[in-house]
Design a protein around this ligand. Structure first.
Ligand code: CP
Length: 308
């Protein structure tokens, strides 16, 4: 794997290999960080975030550091981007400094693909591009579910919320489909793309009862007001009532349903405040898996997988 641009480019064996090593790294991370071998010793990893991030940026930086890489953080607001330098020229300049990996987040869908195409040597990792893909998020979600259920085939995933602007939804649908799983989708009609079936194998729920009936994991998504130029939901109160998860909605359900959220969570909008860190929530597990999966992603940039 030279770059990580999107889940759509990965084979099942590449995904399986990333998850397998991710699980090993997760064990080491939780038990004894000093047992992690410095497989990226001598490599330089640049963390280049043109959009805000807590989880993705910090976990990639921790992942690269634990593997022995030198980590450099790019701050756009004190860079020559402020003097009008383009993203491509910025990366060409950084490539000339012999940086090995650039982890990039941008609001521009397709930017990581264009940079990977136009640069010669540097390896590009997409840390989220606009509403297009967030591959490392889908991989960490898959690892979290695989650890919980033992096998992704046992997961019945429903994604609820702002599907239209969500790179997380796209990448998760693509990944689950590769393993033969359909994904249930539910959200305000204004936030479910009319052509959602073109992304992959999805079932669209008409109400929350259908979601509860189908799912053993419900992934709630944040309303991404930063990508919306008009109001797509009447009010946050109404959003919580119809699309938010609460203990009340799960009360009549006999099976166990776990909740996930890529974060950051709008408390009492997508997820009732008392559920965010409850025993039904995998939200912090996702964060822990995030460091492990990103270590595995960085490792796989320099080491090929079987059959790839
Ligand atoms: N899930 C996610 O991408 O979170 P951050 O924006 O904090 O990186």
């Amino acid at each position: 794997m030279k770059h990580l641009i999107g889940i759509k480019d990965l084979s099942i064996s590449e995904i399986s290999s990333i998850l397998e090593l991710g699980e090993i790294y997760r064990e080491k991370l939780l038990k004894d960080k000093s047992s992690i071998s410095k497989d990226l010793n001598g490599k330089v990893v640049l963390s280049l975030f043109f959009e805000p991030s807590t989880r993705t940026r910090i976990s990639f930086e921790i992942a690269a550091s634990l593997l022995g890489a030198t980590v450099v953080n790019f701050s756009e607001n004190v860079s020559s981007v402020q003097k009008g330098e383009s993203r491509l020229d910025t990366l060409k300049t950084i490539e000339a400094m012999n940086v090995d990996v650039a982890v990039i987040r941008s609001s521009i869908s397709g930017l990581p693909y264009l940079l990977a195409r136009d640069l010669d040597r540097i390896r590009i990792v997409n840390a989220g591009d606009g509403a297009h893909e967030h591959p490392s998020q889908a991989l960490l979600d898959a690892l979290t579910m695989k650890i919980k259920f033992g096998d992704l085939k046992k997961v019945r995933l429903a994604i609820v919320g702002d599907i239209l602007f969500s790179r997380v939804a796209r990448s998760n649908i693509l990944l689950m489909n590769k393993f033969g799983n359909s994904v249930m989708i539910y959200g305000p009609t204004t936030l479910v793309p009319k052509e959602i079936q073109k992304i992959g194998n999805v079932k669209i729920a008409k109400n929350f009862d259908e979601v509860i009936e189908y799912a053993n994991v419900i992934m709630l998504l944040r309303i991404q007001t930063e990508r919306q130029n008009s109001s797509f939901v009447p009010s946050t109160r109404e959003y919580k009532k119809f699309w938010g998860i609460t203990e009340d909605k799960l009360r009549s359900c006999s099976k166990e349903i776990l909740i996930m959220h890529p974060g950051p969570v709008n408390r009492d909008v997508e997820v009732a405040s008392d559920m965010v860190y409850s025993d039904k929530s995998l939200i912090l597990d996702q964060v822990t898996s995030g460091v492990a999966v990103r270590m595995s992603i960085l490792y796989h940039l320099f080491n090929s997988t079987p059959n790839s």
